[in-house]
Design a protein around this ligand. Structure first.
Ligand code: ADP
Ligand code: ADP
Ligand code: MG
Length: 491
């Protein structure tokens, strides 16, 4: 491969994921990190490290670090600067290969309003709504009434589920517009808004696409990411349950048309929202590797990051559409340092005990290990657990087992809550929607129980954990004890 040294200005599990691909491809890897971040674990996977200064968000500092380290390529990961056209453009100017699309594609897709207008031109269906340039309060109020209620106010520059407001009646519209404008300005430095009809009980289904510099575009099937909290994904899977081949093929065709319309290069994701009547609409395109990419890797058997590197080096796509197959079933859950008992508030602390699940069909992409310091400064995602099996039911059984085997002490996590989600009857039946976690919140909440004797037992057994886990019915009790102990390191 014609890349020699690659810098990753990012952190945690995604930095490690990229470093692993570099090692396999014979590319020297450089971790670009914020000066005060805890990189003791992450750096083990890299050949070199370099400070980016105080944050991960300064384009000039990133380019400087790339130059100083002698990197000829840069992989932005996800989050941070990954969807900033300015970073891709700065790399283009500095002669550094940006592992991602052209800066012009990022710019075209960076605005939800602009990308919606483009999709309409390409004949890709979008949610009925308003995506015009006219942004005065009067215009937005007038257009909002035309869209009808309920509607969703969105920041055109938005991401990560931020700045969205559901408006159920005309009387609430003005306040929602004003507060969305303030939030959008603060979070994205851009207060332009978009109004969409709010779809009740929809599903979020997205397509992984890949393009090369030679005009080839393929899709690598879908991921259903309907299980969300505050518009952020928590559980993702492929294939999407209960959907016909015809529906999925229709969406795949639209996803390819969307990518072809911007001459898309490298990895990208076309997100759709699907109504209960199975109509689908374009939501947005994410011009980067996605958090949930391992789900696709497991059902297709390909390495998406390695393919990204090859394409960035100018090679043609490693696969033709007809060679790509979706087989078996994969599910990913996002493991967060958060407290499901207390409004899912982010947690901090040092990880005192850490033991990952393993075994057939189990993959863990983690950014932490025993001793890692979890702070409140960055996103609280600790790891992703991804399971693969020949069918969905077996995959759920496997995920439930793997979650039971996952021990993290020192900070509270959502591990046990995830297990309740995965084993919940409606999930097993595939009755997913973006409202699922809210609708079943009470049933999924931790059940109160008197754990004092079990806590004492667990403390005694900390050294002999394996024995405790093997002892049949006691294993369930001990699992909840880990939860009760979750925050012990802070006291
Ligand atoms: P993804 O499927 O990759 O999470 P999203 O569109 O949901 O895609 O998220 C957009 C990006 O925002 C992601 O790259 C993610 O890392 C980042 N992100 C998610 N949550 C937050 C948050 N709370 N604050 C800032 N960025 C976030
Ligand atoms: P972000 O950039 O924050 O990821 P998206 O436009 O992709 O923003 O929307 C994030 C999530 O919000 C979707 O996955 C979906 O759950 C919900 N959502 C977005 N648009 C609508 C809509 N028109 N109706 C109902 N839910 C929506
Ligand atoms: Mg999105």
């Amino acid at each position: 491969m014609d890349l020699h040294k690659l810098i990753v200005p990012n952190r945690g599990e995604i930095a490690i994921r990229i470093a692993r691909a570099c090692r396999e491809a014979g590319i020297v890897s450089v971790l670009g990190h914020a000066e005060d971040d805890d990189i003791r674990f992450t750096r083990r996977f890299f050949d070199e490290t370099i400070s980016l200064g105080s944050s991960y968000l300064d384009v000039d500092a990133v380019i400087d670090a790339a130059r100083k380290s002698g990197a000829d390529a840069l992989h932005p990961g996800y989050g941070f600067l990954s969807e900033r056209a300015a970073l891709a453009a700065a790399c283009e100017d500095a002669g550094i290969v940006f592992v991602g699309p052209k800066s012009s594609s990022i710019a075209a897709m960076g605005s939800k309003a602009e990308s919606r207008r483009l999709m309409q031109k390409l004949g890709v269906p979008v949610v009925p709504g308003y995506d015009g340039e006219e942004q005065s309060l009067d215009a937005l109020l007038r257009e909002g009434e035309k869209v009808g209620f309920p509607l969703l106010v969105k920041a055109s520059a938005g991401g990560g589920g931020k700045g969205m407001k559901i408006v159920r009646a005309v009387s609430e519209l003005r306040a929602a517009i004003e507060s969305a404008q303030r939030e959008a300005m603060k979070a994205f430095g851009d207060d332009r808004l978009l109004l969409e009809r709010y779809i009740e009980e929809p599903r979020h289904v997205e397509f992984q696409i890949f393009g090369d510099a030679h005009g080839n575009i393929v899709h690598l099937f879908e991921r259903d990411c309907s299980l969300q909290r505050r518009h952020q994904k928590v559980v993702e899977e492929s294939p999407a349950p209960r959907y016909s081949d015809a529906l999925r093929q229709g969406m795949a065709k639209a996803a390819i048309a969307a990518a072809a319309g911007v001459e898309y290069r490298n990895a990208g994701t076309v997100e759709f929202i699907v109504t209960p009547e199975r109509e689908f609409y374009f939501l947005e395109m994410n011009t980067r590797l996605q958090v949930e990419h391992p789900v696709t890797e497991l059902v297709t058997g390909v390495d998406l990051v390695r393919a990204q590197l090859a394409i960035a080096a100018g090679e043609p796509l490693p696969w033709q559409q007809s060679e790509l197959r979706q087989r078996g079933h994969a599910i990913e859950v996002r493991v967060y340092a958060e407290d499901p008992d207390d409004r899912f508030l982010p947690q901090s602390g040092a990880i005192a005990l850490y033991s990952e699940p393993s075994g057939p069909g189990v993959r863990v992409d983690a950014g932490v290990t025993r001793g890692s310091e979890i702070g409140l400064r960055f996103d609280p995602m600790l790891a992703k657990l991804i399971c693969f099996a020949e069918d969905r039911g077996t995959c759920i059984d496997r995920m439930a087992r793997a979650l039971r085997d996952y021990v993290i002490l020192g900070t509270k996590t959502n591990v046990s809550w995830l297990r309740r989600v995965i084993t919940y009857p409606a999930f097993r039946e595939g009755l997913v929607s973006t409202r699922f976690l809210e609708e079943h919140a009470d049933s999924l909440a931790p059940q109160p129980s008197d754990l004092a004797p079990q806590i004492a037992a667990a403390i005694l057994e900390c050294g002999g954990r394996a024995a405790a886990f093997q002892s049949g019915s006691r294993a369930a009790a001990v699992q909840s004890v880990w939860d009760a102990l979750g925050g012990w390191g802070r006291r």
